[in-house]
Design a protein around this ligand. Structure first.
Ligand code: NAP
Length: 321
């Protein structure tokens, strides 16, 4: 058992920003990295909208953030959180595959994953024409044609955004009515670059000789008819799944499973904070996650200061670490 002041669960931009701030506050945070350091940013091939970097690869930006946190004393543990116990208040139990931590404060930055179509060509197409973020990757499709899969607000909003770059954006939706809000629908239908294919699912993503996307295999869900539709890019917006399962009913979640926080990034449990995509359904940018991680860390630092007289000195805990 290890006794810590702050444990940060997750190492995306929110977790890395929280690590820098809590480390500079001399709290020696422990960051449980999870599957992939940097989360989704860690596998983004190029980032052009993080202020200060005209262009940087996701792994390079993540490595700089990690090194920044480590420089000030953050410890990065390459392990996964298996379970947590927030039910008895601080100190909280965070159990990984190889260790159990008792932490006075916890910052949850465990993120959300874009939902996958789970079709042939999808996984291998990432970085070769398949994307889950128009804001991140739209610029690479200047003068090209792309398809957008999905019929919700994200599909239309990102589709409209993509018309800044692409000559044609075709929304492929599995029904003949959109889930997106009426105003977005009006804007999408009024945009001459937007096209729609209804009642259709994408069965496979196809690649040309260069190894980049050159089409999608479609099937009409009403007629069963199949076809190949040429395209240079496939943007998939069929929702996100927040990684909140490990919390069970210990943290208040909204109807979509996202952790509910207040303006100070406090969760429903006093001493547990959350930042980044685990609590942000809307913006999902490296820059916004960094801001949220910073705010959550500052809240945690203030919370620890306010509760200093109730916290057990770390060296008095006979936890066998
Ligand atoms: P969403 O509302 O859940 O929409 C997902 C879309 O993907 C739906 O049209 C759904 O089809 C389709 N879909 C789901 N699984 C699919 C599959 N396996 N194959 C093909 N299509 C599939 O997700 P979202 O658009 O990401 O929005 C999430 C939340 O954020 C919503 O509450 C939304 O209002 C909000 N949001 C708001 C804004 C804004 O206000 N500007 C912008 C973005 C997001 P069906 O319709 O048939 O179910």
């Amino acid at each position: 058992m290890k006794r810590e002041r702050v444990v940060i669960i997750g190492s995306g931009p929110a977790g890395l920003a929280a690590a820098v701030y809590t480390a500079r506050a001399q709290l020696k945070p422990v960051v449980i990295v999870g599957n992939q350091i940097g989360g989704q940013a860690g596998i983004t091939h190029e980032i052009e909208n993080y202020p200060g970097f005209i262009s940087i690869t996701g792994p390079d930006l993540v490595e700089q953030m990690r090194a920044h946190g480590e420089h000030f004393g953050a410890e990065f543990v390459y392990d996964m959180v298996e379970s947590v116990d927030f039910t008895h208040g601080s100190p909280f139990t965070v159990k990984t595959y190889s260790e159990t931590y008792l932490a006075d404060a916890v910052i949850v930055t465990i993120g959300a994953d874009p939902r996958k179509l789970q079709i042939p060509g999808e996984a291998e197409g990432i970085g070769r024409g398949v994307s889950y973020c128009g804001t991140c990757d739209g610029f690479f499709f200047r003068g090209k044609e792309v398809v957008v899969v999905g019929g919700g607000d994200s599909a239309l909003e990102e589709g409209i955004f993509l018309t800044r770059f692409a000559t044609k954006v075709t929304v492929i939706h599995r029904r003949d009515t959109l889930r997106a809000g009426v105003q977005l629908q009006k804007r999408a239908f009024a945009n001459p670059k937007m096209h729609f294919i209804w009642d259709t699912k994408v069965d496979e993503i196809l690649f040309g000789e260069q190894g980049t996307v050159n089409g999608v295999r479609l099937s009409n869900l009403k007629t069963g008819e199949t076809s190949v539709y040429p395209t240079d890019g496939v943007f998939i917006f069929i929702g996100h799944d927040p990684n909140s399962k490990i919390f069970g009913d210990q943290l208040a979640l909204n109807a979509d499973g996202y952790v509910i926080t207040d303006e100070r990034y406090r969760t429903s449990v006093d001493g547990v904070f959350a930042a980044g995509e685990i609590q942000d359904q809307l913006w999902r940018q490296v820059a916004t996650s960094v801001g949220q991680g910073t705010s959550a860390a500052m809240s945690a630092i203030h919370w620890l200061d306010e509760h200093a007289d109730q916290l057990q000195p770390l060296d008095e805990v006979a936890a066998g670490d």
